[in-house]
Design a protein around this ligand. Structure first.
Ligand code: AMP
Ligand code: ZN
Length: 466
């Protein structure tokens, strides 16, 4: 498997620490608002990576956090606390807000066939781990107390700028433009590990700690959760491109200072979804979700198809026009794949030939758009019989997750259902009374309405064909 590693700035061959086993960490959502289509691009891509690793034979253990405790706009005591803003907006407790948006996120994930990670950890459940890390960082001189808060001293960590590959001045400037400076810090890039004296005194969630009653900084949660649940050596860490600095830069600094060795070898950053050619972002009021698309009449998987058709390491612009095109292409494809009926025996050689090609595309920097093209090529190939085509598509769909073989289930309204059930009962009674002409008459009557009865050992079932 080869993909772009932000740490080395090149496409690299992936070698996990333990052969065949991957410890994978993905930054999760902040749950003070909806996860929009941009956020979902990131989660769909991470889902495909996980499934691709598995398809290529690896075992994957994936952990994701849920940011359910104050998420400040910046790293020091600056910006605004988005959870507090949500509490004021919705007149709910932070717990209620976190639950509402976590549930909503799960529902959106399910609509685009994202597998829920093996372990999902709300940040509020690992406070002891953050305290443990911060205590050690204070003991070893990587952290200091200033005006009630605990800060990480970035000047103590020589590789601080390695991941971003940018210079200190540039980064400070980039993160500086809309926030006032925190005068408690020793160095401009220092960031808060623990707040006891935040200017946001109205925090609902606070915990006792050796440094005083307060709450954790934003970055420490990912280090704490990843180390606690995946151990001291992480194989691969994901996030969107904006996470490189400061979030992941700070994660590396605090984790490696705590562990005393290198933490994670591979960092993957997924490119943004744009709208009107700027980053889709909650702060700009972008709240279109997968559910919104569904309400608007789209098949949510058309969005997944759109994301898989683009290269994860390139920004893409979302427009409804593009979505319409992708929906048309997806439904056309679906029409072809779902109408395949088995014929012939599985042709093992052709199966392997196509499957190896699929694996090659996946291992070459997750070439999902090539994988989709391969589905079209397969469908067109007259040398491959339908049984082999079906088996290949079934197998590939464990990665693509586009429901390529799932026939659309027609919704049955309750009136129709009770009519069918009544007729099935009448027919059962007729058969019990040996009135076979009546039983046949009922069957025919239903058939004319497109309702096909099937007698099974468990009883009579039906299928709608119209
Ligand atoms: P948030 O809940 O805002 O922290 O975002 C959750 C994840 O979505 C993070 O990894 C973000 O970096 C990512 N993200 C935010 N906006 C976009 C976007 N427009 N395109 C892709 N990913 C995004
Ligand atoms: Zn994170």
């Amino acid at each position: 498997m080869r993909f772009f590693n932000t740490l080395t700035k090149k496409i690299e061959e992936f070698i996990p620490n333990e052969e065949g086993v991957i410890k994978m960490y993905t930054c999760g959502p902040t749950v003070y608002h909806y996860q929009h289509l941009g956020n979902m691009r990131t989660y769909i891509t991470e889902d495909v990576f996980e499934k691709a690793f598995k398809y290529l034979g690896y075992k994957v253990n994936r952990v994701m956090n849920i940011t359910d405790v104050g998420h400040l706009k910046s790293d020091a005591d600056e910006g605004e606390d988005k959870m507090v803003i949500a509490m004021e907006r919705e007149h709910k407790s932070s717990k209620e807000i976190a639950k509402f948006y976590t549930d909503d996120f799960m529902e959106n994930c399910a609509l685009v066939n994202i597998k829920w990670p093996d372990t999902v950890v709300p940040a509020t459940t690992e406070i002891d781990m953050y305290i443990k890390i911060i205590t050690k960082l204070l003991e070893t001189g990587y952290a200091y107390e200033s005006n009630g808060n605990i800060y990480y001293d970035t000047s103590k960590f020589p590789n601080y700028y390695e991941l971003s590959g940018r210079k200190e001045d540039e980064l400070i400037l980039a993160s500086r433009d809309d926030v006032e400076e925190d005068k408690n810090k020793r160095n401009p890039a220092d960031f808060v590990l623990w707040f006891t004296n935040s200017k946001f005194g109205n925090q609902e969630l606070q915990w006792d700690s050796p440094f005083g009653r307060g709450f954790p900084g934003w970055h420490i949660e990912c280090s704490g959760i990843a180390i606690k649940h995946l151990g001291e050596h992480l194989d691969i860490h994901f996030g969107a491109e904006d996470a490189v600095f400061p979030h992941h830069t700070n994660e590396i600094a605090q984790s490696e200072a705590y562990l005393g060795h290198k933490w994670c070898n591979y960092w993957v950053h997924l490119s943004w979804l744009l709208t009107d050619n700027i980053k889709m972002s909650k702060s700009l009021g972008h709240v279109t979700t997968i559910k919104t698309l569904k309400e608007e009449g789209y098949n949510p998987l058309s969005y997944r198809y759109f994301i898989l058709s683009s290269y994860y390491h390139k920004q893409v612009n979302f427009t409804y026009e593009t979505l319409d095109q992708n929906e048309a292409a997806y439904l056309k494809l679906l029409n072809k794949t779902t109408s395949l009926t088995p014929s012939g025996d599985l042709d093992k050689d052709l199966f392997d030939k196509y499957d190896n090609q699929f694996k090659e595309y996946l291992s070459n920097d997750i070439g999902t758009s090539n994988c989709i093209t391969l589905v079209y090529d397969l469908l067109k190939d007259e040398q491959v019989n339908n049984t082999t085509k079906i088996e290949l598509i079934k197998s590939w769909d464990t990665v693509l997750s586009l429901d390529l073989l799932k026939k659309e289930e027609k919704e049955i309204d309750s009136e129709l259902l009770s009519y069918i059930n009544k007729k099935i009962e009448e027919r059962k009674e007729a058969k019990a009374n040996k009135d076979f002409p009546l039983a046949d008459q009922i069957r025919n009557e239903l058939e004319e309405k497109g309702i096909i009865l099937k007698d099974t050992r468990e009883g009579t079932t039906f299928e709608l064909v119209k």
